[in-house]
Design a protein around this ligand. Structure first.
Ligand code: K1U
Ligand code: ZN
Length: 172
């Protein structure tokens, strides 16, 4: 089932999410719904708070080129174990901040641990777009948006645009 994606500003997007302690069928269904919502958007990642659920759950699939084999990843309680000193700049977007893009500098390579859909512990090193995306999604779990890396004036400008967008949507 496709879920509704919250648009910034929304207090739920600023919350620190709670760790998942018990992997239930309800949470597996939530992960499936998030993948469906992400692919439909379309996006390369989605975090549970973006659909109003304050649990530490993210999904991602950065195989975005035509003909790429999909690689959906479901991560409960993702954690960055180590990050490279070398950084990378990527022009990021966010499904909760539609049509706004900005360059964000992040560690180029990160090692991440998580629990998968079957409850197994996983660990992997990510580089390139996968690294950018997994860091962006983990930020969501800590109430942080990519615009929080920007200068205050630029952030305020984007926030005002989003407030206007939400007012227009509410009028429809
Ligand atoms: O978390 C989100 O809001 C999803 C976001 C993830 C992301 C994008 C860029 C850099 C870091 C993290 C998106 O998926 S925005 C949409 C997007 O980037 C995209 C959509 C279709 C094809 C390719 C990319
Ligand atoms: Zn986002």
């Amino acid at each position: 089932m496709k879920r509704n994606i919250l648009i910034h500003p929304d207090p739920r997007l600023k919350k620190v999410c709670a760790p998942v302690t018990d992997l239930t069928d309800e949470l597996r269904k939530l992960a499936d719904d998030m993948l469906e919502t992400m692919y439909d958007a379309p996006g390369i990642g989605l975090a549970a708070p973006q659909i109003g659920v304050l649990d530490r759950l993210i999904v991602l699939d950065c195989m975005k080129e035509e003909g790429d084999t999909p690689r959906p990843l479901v991560m409960f309680n993702p954690e960055v174990l180590s990050a490279s000193d070398e950084t990378n700049v990527y022009e990021e977007g966010c499904l909760s901040i539609p049509d706004q893009y900005a360059e964000v500098t992040r560690p180029k390579v990160v090692e991440v641990a998580w629990m998968d859909r079957d409850g197994n512990a996983q660990r992997e090193t990510f580089d390139g777009l996968w690294s950018t995306c997994v860091q962006h999604e983990i930020d969501h779990l800590n109430g942080k948006l990519f615009i929080d890396y920007l200068k205050p004036l630029r952030r305020q400008l984007i926030t005002r645009k989003m407030q206007k967008l939400k007012r227009e949507k509410a009028r429809l």
